[in-house]
Design a protein around this ligand. Structure first.
Ligand code: ZN
Length: 508
């Protein structure tokens, strides 16, 4: 959202920092008082917040009382309105002694204090239907037909070309039958309808032989032959550390499980036929920390690749993905003074990249300029470059600009909770930074892949005035990124400790 016209002065510096916003970008270069929030004439609550901007360096009084003006030029004021008309006089004195005034007349009507609640638009109804669909690249399963701004609650990704039986459909989703006793949902854009002849392959199929091997490319692999591709749900468990993968529509006929020597990640594998048409594959892992896994099909072989531990828990041995949120036509949040999230995230991504490189890390950025890069493209960039760990940098927004703010970190898979926690704990050591919290099972697209550990860092709020002043300050951005690096280092130390504690004669 764009609040008003603005001028952003970008100093282009060659070299690594070629897109950093040098010094303070002056988003409010012109004079005058602009009201960003709270200028409406009729309100329903007595507590009223006014947010405005003036030229940076100006001073502001509201009804004769001095009000803090942040370096960005933003100011905020909370007042308690009386019934009826309230006069709010804003006076701004700029650097040259010029005076500007603005008078707001705000009508508070307590009789309409109960804001009419608009009924929430619920998910559209599922209607019974019967057809066969085939998964497309990048498809995924959802638990139910709920949704929020980031989509429904996802179970996991599915590889392409898996046939699924649809038993119902809503506007956006298919309900699919995984087995006699389990169903799930898949977004319509993740699948295509197939012809009637394909129905023959919907019957349960048999599993064939398995092999367990070290691929020699940084992963151990379990390969299970099937008559046809079937859907699966996979989860990673700890204590004991293992992957549990349920294959739906499969009956066991696996009489060979060949285990090659030289395994680094996998201790052993086993199966259970948990239902007449559900084959459970259990992969016991040697290590306590998690560095990612991938599930896919090669032909009709189900493949589970589990990454080996890094050679050493040190940034100098890792490739770190650095994601600058938004870009191009996606500005992200816009601050009261008109700063755009996409500019701050890119500046911080460059700072983080440089800091990581100085520690000897290899880095991969999802974008290096102000261009549009889709979530799918970002995931592809990170997968192709074989990153060991991803840090996505964003800025938050929302709530009351005077009270809602602070830093927060997010993870999707709970095996990466400690990664998010290490970074959050370090960010909170910065003076003045408030805690907005740590969020788990977060539905952010870049946290969904299981191939590598990932964390989303919502550095500070674009919408909060204190946060805005600091998130747009190059030196403060450096402070923030320094703490992200320290958080990564702490996490790696923790990994060293955990693996050492559990190492034994046979790798346990
Ligand atoms: Zn964002």
């Amino acid at each position: 959202m764009k609040f008003f016209n603005q001028t952003i002065i970008l100093l282009i510096i060659t070299g690594l920092f070629n897109f950093m916003c040098a010094g303070r970008c002056n988003a409010q270069a012109s004079g005058g008082i602009r009201i960003v929030q709270g200028g409406r004439d009729t309100v329903r609550t007595s507590e009223h917040t006014i947010i405005g901007t003036v030229a940076p360096g100006s001073s502001v009084t509201i009804n004769g009382q001095p009000v803090k003006v942040y370096k960005t030029g933003s100011f905020g004021y909370k007042s308690h309105l009386q019934n009826g008309y309230n006069s709010i006089a804003i006076e701004c004195t700029d650097n040259n002694g010029g005076i500007q005034t603005k008078n707001l007349r705000i009508y508070y009507d307590p009789s309409v204090s109960q804001r009419p609640t608009r009924p929430e638009a619920g998910p559209s109804a599922i209607k019974d239907t019967s057809l066969i669909i085939k998964t497309l690249p990048g498809s995924y399963l959802n638990y139910g037909n709920g949704s929020d701004r980031l989509g429904g609650a996802k179970i996991n990704f599915l590889d392409k070309d898996i046939l699924l039986k649809v038993t119902g459909a809503s506007d956006n989703l298919y309900r699919i039958r995984l087995s006699d006793n389990r169903y799930a949902f898949i977004p319509k854009e993740c699948a295509e309808r197939v012809t009637e002849e394909a129905q023959i392959s919907m019957a349960p199929c048999l599993s064939g032989s398995w092999s367990v091997s070290n691929t020699g490319k940084g992963t151990d692999r379990v390969s299970v032959s099937l008559e046809t591709r079937k859907p699966y749900i996979v989860r990673e468990e700890t204590q004991p550390h293992r992957l549990v993968l349920d294959l739906y529509g499969v009956q066991c006929n696996s009489n060979w499980i060949t285990q090659y020597p030289g395994l680094e990640s996998i201790r052993d594998v086993q199966f259970e036929q948990t239902d007449s048409d559900v084959l459970r594959i259990i992969i016991h892992l040697k290590h306590k920390t998690s560095w990612g896994y991938a599930v896919k099909y090669e032909g009709n072989h189900l493949i589970v690749d589990i990454r080996h531990l890094p050679e050493k828990f040190s940034l100098s041995k890792l490739t770190i993905g650095v994601d600058a949120g938004h870009g191009g036509s996606s500005s992200g949040a816009v601050s009261p003074a008109g700063y755009k999230e996409k500019d701050q995230t890119l500046a911080m991504a460059y700072i983080l990249t440089k800091m990581l490189q100085s520690k000897g890390a290899r880095t991969v950025m999802s974008r290096t300029d102000d261009s549009d890069v889709s979530m799918a493209q970002r995931k592809e960039i990170f997968k192709e470059n074989g990153i060991d760990l991803l840090v996505s940098i964003h800025c938050n927004a929302g709530g009351d600009p005077l009270t809602t703010g602070g830093t927060s970190t997010y993870y999707k898979h709970w095996t990466y909770r400690e990664l998010a926690n290490s970074i959050l704990q370090n960010l909170l050591k910065i003076e003045g930074v408030k805690c907005f919290g740590m969020v788990g099972n977060f539905n952010f697209s870049l946290n969904a892949p299981t191939e590598y550990p990932s964390v989303l860092v919502e550095t500070l709020f674009m919408s909060n005035l204190w946060d805005e002043e600091h998130i747009t300050d190059e030196h403060f951005q450096e402070k923030l990124m320094k703490k992200v690096v320290k958080g990564l280092e702490d996490y790696l130390k923790l990994c060293t400790k955990v693996e050492r504690k559990h190492s034994g004669p046979d790798g346990f």
